[in-house]
Write a protein that binds this ligand. Structure first.
Ligand code: GLA
Length: 386
């Protein structure tokens, strides 16, 4: 639906009147996977597609939520915001409102219509998109839009951690809230210092490949990986003064890895340390216009996520390795939490059509159902649409 259709839908639901429109993107991570919670560097960017939020103030303390994607409508009282399983997607904006209330933001009643273009369960951060959207709406409508954007990003992450109960790092909300057109963000997750990089890929373009395998059951695996990293960290902290795994250089890690006796724990830590180095190298390669090197680092990252971190699975491995077999593809990797969802491939512009056909045929014959492909540019972070 375009904006005028969405406005018509809003008026049909809530009655005629003024309506304000906001947009919040999805995100894709170029490299730096599973290290935001290990104090490492990540390198994500915002997508052009995302989530629209249409909103109008009310005079009472009620917030009504509706969506063009789901039939479920939810209505809450701002004085009593509680997590309810049956409220499903509305728990994300509810969580953000509750945390904002706790942190002293003003809030008031609203009628809200949400409309998302991010494929659900694809690992392109539809939930972070909705969270930051909510934070920006509340800040703009009731607090003069003065809040620091990074503060809104942190609130959104906190809502997901403590209200929804998913122990994610800060990458997704940061990419969504701080994204800039045509730029990727190199974010140091330990200090939250960041730098924008131009994504100029020369004759190449990024293709997002959705395995269409939903990321079912991955929350428990995600928390398991976090716990394994914490275990590695506490063992290493007996020997060296570090705050997180990504404080280690590769040389330091190589000297200390014998302390990590359990193979899985050693592998998880090794991935974190090497992935952190790869991310810095990828940023440098991109800045220097060395696209071949950038592509190679993407593939190295996937191999490490497969062999050391063990978060890929049959569908992601199939799509990545089938992609790499096609002429014109110079790098590919899973992106996001893993176990399903999306991968990215760096493909020569004039080979994209053939690339998509080939990967589709080969993936479908191995896995038994079709993947999807998206050619999104790099979009802008959450903003009001005038
Ligand atoms: C999910 C989490 C992020 C990050 C990635 C893996 O997307 O929400 O915080 O940990 O997985 O890099």
């Amino acid at each position: 639906m375009d904006i005028s259709q969405l406005k018509a839908k809003f008026n049909e639901l809530y009655g005629e009147g003024d309506v304000r429109v906001f947009h919040s993107p999805g995100r894709v991570n170029l490299i730096g996977e599973h290290i935001d919670y290990n104090g490492g560097y990540v390198f994500p960017c915002a997508l052009e597609f995302g989530t629209y939020g249409l909103v109008r103030k009310r005079t009472d303390k009620k917030v009504n939520f509706a969506s063009t994607n789901f039939d479920l409508k939810v209505s809450i009282d701002l004085d009593n915001i509680v997590y309810k399983k049956e409220d499903d997607w509305a728990n994300y904006p509810k969580g953000v409102m509750e945390i904002m209330k706790d942190e002293g933001f003003k809030l008031g009643g609203m009628d809200i219509l949400i409309s998302g273009n991010i494929p659900n369960g694809a690992g392109l951060s539809s939930s972070a998109s909705l969270e930051v959207l909510t934070a920006v709406i509340v800040d703009t409508l009731f607090n003069d839009g003065k809040a620091d954007r990074v503060e809104l990003v942190k609130i959104s992450q906190k809502a997901e951690n403590s209200f929804v109960g998913v122990n994610c790092g800060i990458m997704d909300q940061f990419a969504v809230g701080m994204g800039k057109k045509n730029k990727a963000i190199l974010l140091d997750c330990a200090s939250l210092k960041y730098d924008y990089a131009n994504v100029e890929l020369d004759d190449y373009t990024l293709v997002i490949m959705n395995t269409n395998k939903r990321r079912a059951l991955n929350e428990s695996k995600y928390n398991e990986r976090r716990a394994e990293c914490d275990e590695a960290l506490s063992i290493l902290q007996n020997e060296i003064n570090i705050k997180s795994l990504c404080d280690l250089t590769i040389e330091e890690f190589n000297k200390l890895e014998h302390l990590l006796v359990k193979e899985n724990i050693r592998n998880r830590a090794k991935h974190a340390v090497y992935e952190n180095e790869r991310t810095k190298k990828a940023y440098k390669a991109l800045n220097e216009g060395n696209i071949e090197e950038f592509g190679k680092l993407l593939t190295d990252s996937h191999n490490s996520l497969k062999n050391l971190y063990e978060v890929t699975g049959r569908e992601l491995d199939t799509i990545v390795y089938e992609a790499l077999k096609v002429k014109g593809c110079i790098g590919a990797r899973m992106t996001g939490a893993g176990f399903g969802g999306c991968a990215i491939a760096l493909v020569k512009k004039d080979s994209v059509e053939n690339f998509i056909n080939q990967v589709k045929i080969n993936y479908t014959s191995i896995i038994g159902y079709e993947p999807s492909f998206y050619l999104s540019g790099i979009g802008q972070g959450t903003e009001e649409v005038i």
